[in-house]
Design a protein around this ligand. Structure first.
Ligand code: C2O
Length: 277
């Protein structure tokens, strides 16, 4: 339904992908007098809150179009053993979730390498890959026990873009983008590069899982701290279109409680939680 809306409707599927693109690759300058610096939500402490809002508005638009205000995006839990393949409803050619520009070598039953290295992919058996992935998740979630390690580096007005990614953003988030993207396209379009990534419907369930991991991390071992006492982070703002085609301004401080955004994540086993390497 989003794909068939007029091209200039902000709820149109490609327009939504462009909203993501607008916040990547330094597309816009920072405000005066810092216009020599660019705005980018990646590789910094803006990564988690920006993408939470992004999929929040996407979810509301979808829910509105199908007339179900309770609609919630599913998550692709690639951190569980059963989730380490691309979910089959994304790979069925006549599904609206199918997408052509992907790496055809990575279709099911191929397992994802959560720490995929696009320049030198590793060959592992299925069992080796599962153990590798679980130990890697342990490292990125449990061992990344400070806000700097997990959330990414502070990025304040006047700072250069992309000061440094957090553990999950760096991998598996980036690595799955690389692993999904096409092999015959110049920049691994669509998932493998920022400007086209959100044109692949799998982007949204990939991001709901990344968002879920942020939520899980804050609750690990009795609670871990993100930047929620830093006013520069809390007051960072983004613009999105809502389901009524209104341009709305949101602040990071309004992203912190998922219940206020209308969702909680279904709890499932976390096979990596006690999988110390
Ligand atoms: Cu804005 Cu998965 O990236």
């Amino acid at each position: 339904m989003m794909k068939s809306l007029p091209n200039d409707d902000p709820r149109n599927f490609i327009q939504q992908a462009k909203v993501h693109c607008a916040y990547c690759n330094g597309g816009f300058p920072q405000k005066h007098p810092f216009q020599d610096q660019r705005i980018d939500v990646h590789r910094s402490w803006l990564f988690f809150p920006f993408h939470r809002f992004y999929i929040f508005f996407f979810e509301r638009i979808l829910g509105n179009l199908i007339g179900d205000p309770n609609f919630a995006l599913p998550y692709w839990n690639w951190d569980s053993i059963q989730g380490m393949q691309i979910p089959s409803y994304f790979t069925t050619p006549n599904s609206s979730l199918y997408h052509k520009l992907r790496n055809y070598k990575h279709m099911p039953p191929h397992l994802v390498d959560l720490n995929y290295d696009i320049l030198s992919p590793k060959i592992r058996t299925q069992d080796q890959q599962v153990s590798y992935n679980l130990a890697f998740m342990y490292k990125q979630m449990v061992l990344a026990n400070t806000k700097e390690l997990f959330m990414g580096s502070p990025y304040r007005l006047g700072d250069s873009a992309q000061p440094g990614p957090g553990s999950i953003e760096f991998a598996p988030h980036n690595t799955i983008h690389d692993w999904m993207g096409g092999v015959d396209t110049p920049n691994h379009e669509d998932m493998g590069t920022f400007y086209t990534a959100a044109r692949d419907p799998i982007f949204y369930v990939h991001h709901s899982n990344s968002d879920r991991l942020w939520e899980l991390w804050t609750k690990l071992e009795g609670g871990r701290r993100d930047y929620r006492d830093d006013p520069d982070w809390l007051d960072s703002e983004f613009f999105f279109y809502d389901e009524n085609l209104n341009l709305v301004r949101v602040k990071v401080r309004d992203s912190l409680d998922t219940k206020l955004l209308g969702y909680v994540y279904e709890e499932v086993d976390l096979p990596w939680l006690n999988f110390a390497p």
